[in-house]
Design a protein around this ligand. Structure first.
Ligand code: SAM
Ligand code: SF4
Length: 335
């Protein structure tokens, strides 16, 4: 009699026929900064018992790669504050070329100087760094506790380690609207690309987020008066639209969740540090993998259920004094 091998689970496709091959893995909800648009000053973080171990995250990453995920981004919270991040990056990096095409990371760069070499050795080739301003006082104000110089040192270390760096800059009315042109010049001088992001209504932050909301067409207007922007076709399945800039080596990305919905081509799912799959950044529906993982339950079946429930589109709106669209902070789901 021929021995039957266990059935290979099907590749990941959601209920709208979209192929899901990109996983964002939030490795901690904690952070060493308190950016005003992201967190309240006195955030309550998850107890240790509620979060996945490094071993469990690596195990889940392997399962997702076996199901056809080709790109994984480590995020948070701040991924570089998670103890064991080196072990996790090494475990996931070992999947590159064995199903995984790419491992990336999003960081605030506060601890990048000490981790850049480790990331490069794990197989990471490019990272996103959040940097909203080059003005030291504004940097401290926006992050509440951060020092600009530390972030710039971290980025320099990443470049020396051979990592490509894309800067993520959140557009904030009156806080950094004067910074686009300096940031662009700085990116050109330092070999970085730049992506601009509209603030999204995620989680209570003690302030009214709509006070600083600025649509990107307005944020970019001063640049357009000086230099032409040419749309370029760079499909990542992600939410950004990309532009070449006249007389600049920098590729500019625009992420406009509110002024221009980008959901139709969404190819991603998010796994939180609690082991929950959130099918959409903008909705509360989730499937919990942690118990199934710990009690040897049907993890693959739960992943399928999550995908079947992935919504066609988010339903963000930003209105004055509006409640956040979802109670979760970006730092909990993984930005
Ligand atoms: N701590 C890391 C960092 O800041 O790069 C990774 C996590 S952070 C949540 C990921 C990205 O989300 C950052 O680029 C940050 O600027 C962005 N972000 C956080 N809260 C946001 C919000 N409410 N709206 C838009 N972007 C947000
Ligand atoms: Fe921390 Fe990133 Fe949120 Fe800033 S945006 S508070 S660095 S998680």
């Amino acid at each position: 009699m021929v021995a039957l091998s266990p059935p290979i689970p099907a590749a990941l496709t959601d209920g709208h026929g979209r192929r899901i091959d990109y996983l964002r893995l939030s490795v901690t909800d904690r952070c060493d900064l308190r950016c005003r648009y992201c967190m309240a000053e006195d955030m309550q973080f998850l107890p240790k018992s509620a979060v996945l171990s490094i071993e469990e995250m690596a195990d889940l990453a392997e399962r997702f790669v076996a199901r056809g995920v080709r790109r994984i981004r480590l995020t948070g919270g701040e991924p570089l504050v998670r103890r064991g991040i080196d072990t996790l990056a090494t475990r996931i990096g070992a999947l590159i070329g064995r199903g995984l095409d790419e491992l990336t990371l999003t960081t605030n760069a506060m601890r990048l100087s000490e981790h850049a070499e480790m990331l490069a050795a794990s197989g990471v080739r490019r990272i996103n760094v959040s940097l909203d301003t080059l003005d030291p006082a504004a940097f401290r104000h926006i992050t509440r506790v951060g020092t600009l110089e530390t972030a710039l040192d971290g980025i320099a270390a990443a470049r020396r380690a051979g990592l490509a760096v894309k800067i993520n800059m959140v557009a904030l009315a009156r806080l950094n609207e004067d910074q686009l042109l300096p940031m662009l010049d700085w990116c050109a001088a330092n070999g970085c690309d730049l992506t601009l992001i509209e603030t999204m209504p995620l989680g209570e932050i003690a302030e009214d987020r709509s006070d600083h909301y600025m649509p990107l067409h307005q944020f970019v207007a001063p640049l357009r008066t000086q230099r032409a922007l040419y749309p370029i076709d760079r499909r990542t399945g992600g939410p950004a639209r990309y532009f070449a800039i006249e007389d600049s080596p920098v590729t500019l990305g625009l992420i406009t969740p509110l002024s221009d919905n980008f959901c139709a081509s969404c190819n991603r799912i998010r796994l939180t540090v609690e082991g929950r799959i959130y099918m959409c950044l903008g909705q509360d529906d989730h499937v919990d993998l942690r118990i199934a993982l710990r009690e040897r339950g049907d993890v693959n079946g739960l992943i399928d259920r999550a995908l079947a429930g992935k919504p066609r589109a988010h339903d963000f709106r930003i209105e004055r004094k509006s409640q956040p669209a979802v109670a979760r902070h970006m730092s909990a789901t993984g930005g």
